[in-house]
Design a protein around this ligand. Structure first.
Ligand code: PMP
Length: 353
């Protein structure tokens, strides 16, 4: 181990169970695969592509398609190998070792993970008891920070803040404000309109959720031309291969399929939420995403997770003190959601008796 940096030796590996489960509701994926006709069109274009040639370095046709989808100028867009890579590129563009970074807790695990890899000085502002945001505290801590990063809506809580508070944070800090909009298609709220007004905002998005492309790895950022150019320089070249570039371009230009996907998922979320609310020992957190966090009152979260897993339903458990009685369920197809609710009720009943 003597060759390995101390931070990496200390780093806890990022792991999520990825078992092929019938009822797999643990990674906030879309339960709906890309439509067959689009997969065929993508496959045909891939067959015709030159695999021996490097892909476009800046993924020009893909970026043009992203520009059409977001209605935002291509010069302010950087495409990457999913949003995790965008986040890494932004960290490497903005932060030096020791710099102060503000995130929230509980929040998305990749931020502390990257922060550790880069030896940043991470301050996590706790969410309030109901998992809403402590904006005054974020501003107070963020004032002299190099960067503030928030997922809006937040993972794993599904909670968010209104656009006025996003503007207030951008206005009152001196560094960069990264707004991770991974769940934008579900929340339907975006900070894009603030990009004209504030030169310190970077919006990060992904095609892993509503578009159903988690396996292909495509993400992007939206910001001003200067920051976009800097991130493009810092990011390793050619990280989006021809498969991703072609698939992304095609799905974005035929985006209509996601309207139906998003509608089905949001309708199901309402149903699951109201059913969870009716269970006396379960407290679901209202969510602007495709998942729901819920607290359990009688059964410890880990016990409930294990028992649900044993009965075929894979959920997400977070091994932290704040979330020890809390699980997260991703909204699946209607039959999967039904199995989830039925199994949950059975387990809670069995635990009681
Ligand atoms: N940001 C947030 C808030 C997320 O929840 C996720 C996925 N869990 C990501 C980014 C990363 O997504 P991807 O790397 O697949 O684009």
């Amino acid at each position: 181990m003597k060759y390995i940096r101390k931070s990496i030796q200390e780093l806890k590996e990022y792991t999520v169970p990825q078992d092929k489960y019938e009822v797999k509701l643990n990674q906030n994926e879309s339960p709906y695969d890309v439509p067959e006709d689009l997969k065929e069109e993508i496959s045909k274009r891939i067959m015709d592509a030159d695999w021996n040639r490097y892909p476009s370095r800046t993924a020009i046709p893909l970026v043009e398609a992203l520009s059409g989808y977001t209605n935002f100028p291509a010069k302010g867009i950087v495409a990457a190998n999913a949003s995790n890579e965008v986040i890494q590129g932004v960290f490497q563009t903005i932060c030096d070792a020791g710099d102060k970074l503000i995130a929230i807790s509980p929040g998305f695990a990749i931020y502390p993970y990257l922060s550790k890899i880069m030896d940043l000085n991470l301050i996590e502002v706790p969410l309030l008891e109901d998992f809403s945001f402590d904006v005054p505290e974020i501003i107070k801590e963020g004032r002299d920070a190099k960067m503030v990063i928030l997922a809006l809506p937040n993972n794993p809580t599904g909670t968010t803040i209104p656009i006025e508070e996003i503007a207030e944070i951008a206005q009152n800090i001196n560094g960069i404000f990264v707004v991770d909009e991974a769940y934008f298609e579900f929340s339907k709220k975006t900070a894009i309109s603030l990009l004209d007004k504030y030169d310190n905002i970077i919006i990060i998005r992904t095609l892993s959720k509503a578009f159903g492309l988690a396996g292909l790895r495509l993400g992007y950022l939206l910001t001003n031309e200067n920051i976009a150019g800097a991130v493009q320089k810092a990011k390793l070249p050619f990280s989006v291969g021809i498969l991703g570039q072609i698939a992304g371009e095609i799905v974005l230009n035929k985006k209509e399929y996601i309207y139906d996907v998003v509608k089905k998922i949001l309708d199901e979320k309402e149903k699951v939420f109201s059913e969870l609310k009716q269970i006396p020992t379960i407290k679901p957190v209202p969510s602007s995403t495709n998942f729901i966090l819920f607290k359990t009152q009688n059964v410890p979260g880990k016990e409930l997770f294990d028992e649900m897993y044993r009965r075929g339903v894979l959920l997400r458990f977070f091994n932290t003190p704040r979330l020890k009685n809390t699980l997260r369920v991703t909204i699946g197809k209607p039959d999967q959601n039904e199995i989830f609710l039925k199994t949950l009720k059975e387990v809670l009943q069995d635990e009681k008796s």
